[in-house]
Design a protein around this ligand. Structure first.
Ligand SMILES: Cc1cc2nc3c(=O)[nH]c(=O)nc-3n(C[C@H](O)[C@H](O)[C@H](O)COP(=O)(O)OP(=O)(O)OC[C@H]3O[C@@H](n4cnc5c(N)ncnc54)[C@H](O)[C@@H]3O)c2cc1C
Length: 330
């Protein structure tokens, strides 16, 4: 085992998830403390072309696993691919973004490599050679600090937007190492028949810097149009409470909360959402929270950075118009 920090770069259809670059920046700081350097791992089909983009963020070496079988994410072949990279790189630590893919992959890789694992960390640091991480427990009610043994590989998934990415450096290049894997029939036993897009062009809640969410108070799918308009004006994603999803106003892929997705955007706008503990569990890590609610006692106001006691049907269109006006004024 060396002192290098390996970052799993999540990409889909050749587009790198911005959270991956945040982890490259974190890896640079950690590696510098122990005299190591940053290495990155790209898995997919024809991913070699993305190596310079990763090098521009500070990776010294980029391992690529290129195979048509890896075009779409599937747990088993990706686990085999990432384990092959770990064998080649022999890093001290593996950083993975906390996404659906990251959670699934990191836990499988950690099990296969007998590594230490902590999911969804909000702080990652080194104390001597030990990795010390912080994560939240019991739907965000408690915060736990864990020290990972230096004697085995340490696998950590890190929440998006907790660390910032560095600006891209043009002209940077890294050593690119192609790692060959032979996928077994067992690896390929799950077959993707069809990819159904539920996002229709608008961003997923876990990927956006701005999330505008609507609650049961929207009353219909059609009324969510005003939420989409504000999200689009802010280049953000649309989220929803479980009550809104259960009522059929939005698909469950947009649900934020304990049984939905956990989001940590820079700005979260909760429109007509009461602030039940199960909803808060999914968005309390947002940097700035704006709540719009007609009821001034609504629990969401206890958490909100800015609270507006107002009718969302009046305020949201006004906000959208204001954002558009500011954008067109340059
Ligand atoms: C095991 C379990 C898991 C759960 N997981 C989740 C989860 O992942 N995510 C989640 O969200 N919930 C989850 N829930 C459900 C959660 O407890 C709440 O029922 C749900 O979040 C309520 O959604 P809501 O705030 O949209 O609706 P409501 O509770 O009905 O609140 C609507 C709010 O809108 C306000 N309002 C009404 N009209 C207007 C208007 N015109 N303008 C502005 N404000 C208005 C009201 O004052 C109220 O505050 C879970 C529950 C359980 C038991």
């Amino acid at each position: 085992m060396n002192n290098n920090v390996l970052v799993f770069i999540e990409q889909r259809e050749g587009r790198i998830l911005p959270a991956s670059f945040q982890l490259v920046a974190l890896a640079r700081d950690l590696a510098a403390k122990i005299g190591g350097h940053v290495e990155a791992c790209l898995v997919g089909e024809s991913v070699g072309g993305l190596a310079d983009e990763v090098a521009g963020r500070g990776a010294k070496k980029v391992y690529t696993v290129d195979d048509p079988e890896l075009r779409l994410y599937r747990a088993m072949p990706y686990t085999t691919a990432l384990c092959a990279v770990i064998d080649a790189a022999d890093p001290k630590m593996l950083l993975v973004p906390t996404t659906f893919m990251g959670r699934d992959l990191a836990s499988r890789v950690a099990a296969r490599k007998r590594a230490a694992l902590v999911i969804d960390c909000t702080e990652v640091d080194l104390d001597g050679e030990d990795v010390v991480v912080k994560t939240t427990l019991y739907a965000g009610k408690l915060s736990g600090t864990f020290r990972l043994s230096k004697d085995r590989l340490q696998v950590v998934t890190v929440r998006s937007n907790v660390y910032g990415a560095t600006d891209p450096e043009t002209g940077a290049s890294a050593e690119v190492v192609a790692v060959a894997v032979s996928l077994t029939d067992g690896d390929k036993r799950l077959v993707v028949k069809e990819v159904v897009s539920t996002t229709s062009g608008i961003k997923d809640v876990t990927e956006a810097d701005v999330v505008v969410s609507g609650g049961r108070s929207l009353k219909s799918e059609e009324n969510f149009k005003i939420i989409y308009e504000l999200a689009e004006a802010l280049d953000g994603a649309v989220g929803a409470s479980r009550a809104a999803c259960d009522a059929g106003y939005q698909p469950h892929t947009r649900q934020v909360g304990l049984t939905g997705k956990v989001v940590t955007p820079i700005l979260y706008i909760a429109c007509g959402i009461d602030g039940a503990i199960q909803h808060i569990a999914g968005m309390r890590g947002s940097k700035v929270i704006v709540a719009i609610n007609t009821k001034k006692e609504a629990p969401i106001f206890k958490l909100a950075t800015y609270g507006c006691v107002a009718d969302l049907f009046k305020l949201v269109p006004l906000l959208t118009a204001e954002v558009k006006a500011l954008k067109s004024a340059g």
